[in-house]
Write a protein that binds this ligand. Structure first.
Ligand SMILES: [Mg+2]
Length: 198
């Protein structure tokens, strides 16, 4: 039985809602969650290149990461899957500088998991390749199910890797044409109903 892939930001942790508070505090900008229709936050938040660089560094700081609340129902769902005998693989495209803080967040919220993998999902600069694996290497991995919010990753997982995907419904993934291996879910409680037995 292959493990279940669980993405971190906006799947386990309520990341983008927290970003909106930082955007207001640091740039005086108000953006509605429902208006974040691009996964590229520089576009969704209408930031210049230098503003975005500042913002991106800021949101990877440990105290910012540690303050993200868990998404409702996420930790409970992982606990249930572990009881059913599944292994949980947490797979994130966060910058490698966020490695320790990410593990600390999982410990703080008692999130059960068996592996934590950083993948260079978005070809970012400043990725420590001793910590993060490439998309090529990642693509050799096998999973029973993947829970994601990125439409790009959902398409890669389903089309290139043949893995069924539970796509957490977010404003930034609503415009993408999905395929038969991707199911959209409004919440973790909806997902749990379908995947008592993934
Ligand atoms: Mg995510």
């Amino acid at each position: 039985m292959s493990p279940i892939y669980v993405d971190f930001d906006d799947v386990l942790s309520d990341t983008t809602s927290a970003f909106l508070k930082i955007l207001k505090l640091e740039f005086g900008k108000s953006v509605n969650f429902e208006d974040i229709i691009s996964f590229d936050l520089k576009v969704s938040f209408k930031l210049t290149e230098s503003e975005y660089e500042h913002f991106f560094r800021r949101v990877h700081q440990a105290e910012v990461i540690m303050a993200f609340p868990p998404i409702e129902g996420a930790i409970g769902a992982l606990e249930e899957w572990v009881k059913l005998g599944y292994q949980i693989s947490i797979v994130t495209g966060r910058l490698t500088t966020a490695y320790e803080a990410s593990l600390d967040w999982l410990a703080k919220h008692n999130a059960p998991y068996h592996s934590f993998t950083m993948v260079d999902k978005y070809s970012r600069e400043n990725i420590d390749t001793k910590i993060a694996i490439s998309m090529e290497k990642f693509s050799e991995m096998k999973f029973s199910l993947a829970v994601e919010d990125s439409a790009t990753m959902a398409l890669h997982l389903s089309q290139k890797m043949g893995i069924p995907v539970a796509l957490m419904d977010r404003p930034w993934n609503r415009r993408v044409n999905l395929n038969h291996k991707i199911n959209r879910y409004k919440s973790w409680s909806d997902l749990r109903k379908d995947f008592q037995n993934p």
